[in-house]
Design a protein around this ligand. Structure first.
Ligand code: 5GP
Length: 219
């Protein structure tokens, strides 16, 4: 064994653990919110209500879907970091209730920092925008004759199947409980990706928080 090799080994073994690039997440979920559903669920007058699914966030997840949050308190988003995609963010990642930049900034802090070693700030927002553009959920559901309607009940499995038809993978549905109609109401759909943020992956729990067999897709 050469002296150089032994010396390198010694250095490697003595590097603090925090300096070795470790994979800190297992996969991503892109959460897209259905504005009408989100505003109903929150019981607020939203400042805008686009007629399409918009981005809620791109969330690095740990083993078994464990939510990872606030991985680097020192990392803050600035306008400069995302100036090349800001226009696209306004249209596809708006805050329905507050200031757009504050929403992006809090999503970065809470979620984006957990994949920061692999995705820079700009790459993180570009990845979310790209994946959102590849998955126009309103169009995907429409192709399966699932359209927003105040009263129509849709089979939860048929909503899952419609997204599966497009991605070949299981999504993750999120509902609130509509007490007036006594039924689950859709307000978010998650699509999962491998750690590269590109290849689809099955989400762990397709029906998510949509209880029962049917849901409404609020209009
Ligand atoms: P998360 O659900 O990612 O953990 O947190 C979202 C945070 O962003 C909440 O504090 C929420 O109030 C704020 N926020 C601002 N605008 C929006 C919006 O349009 N949708 C959602 N889901 N949260 C928003």
């Amino acid at each position: 064994m050469s002296i150089l090799f032994v010396f390198s080994l010694f250095l490697l073994l003595n590097v603090p653990k925090s300096c070795i690039a470790e994979k800190d997440y297992e996969f991503f979920m892109l959460a897209q919110q259905w504005p009408k559903g989100y505003c109903n669920r929150m019981g607020v007058q939203c400042k805008s209500r686009p007629n399409k699914f918009t981005i809620h966030g791109l969330w690095p997840q740990g083993l078994n879907g464990q939510l990872l949050t606030n991985c680097d308190a020192s990392s803050s988003l600035s306008h400069d970091d995302i100036k090349t995609v800001e226009k696209q963010l306004y249209s596809n990642w708006p805050s329905l209730i507050g200031r757009d930049f504050d929403f992006w900034s809090s999503e970065w802090k809470k979620h984006g920092t957990c994949s920061e070693k692999e995705f820079s700030k700009l790459e993180y927002f570009e990845t979310a925008l790209h994946n959102h553009a590849q998955n126009d959920l309103m169009g995907i559901l429409k192709r399966a004759n699932i359209v927003p309607n105040k009263k129509q009940l849709y089979n939860i499995s048929s909503v899952v199947a419609a997204v599966h038809q497009h991605t070949q993978h299981q999504p993750h549905l999120v509902c609130y409980f509509d007490a007036l109609r006594n039924v689950s109401a859709l307000y978010e759909i998650g699509i999962c990706y491998e750690e590269d943020g590109k290849s689809y992956k099955n989400c762990l729990d397709p029906h998510g928080t949509c209880y029962g067999t049917e849901l409404i897709y609020p209009k």
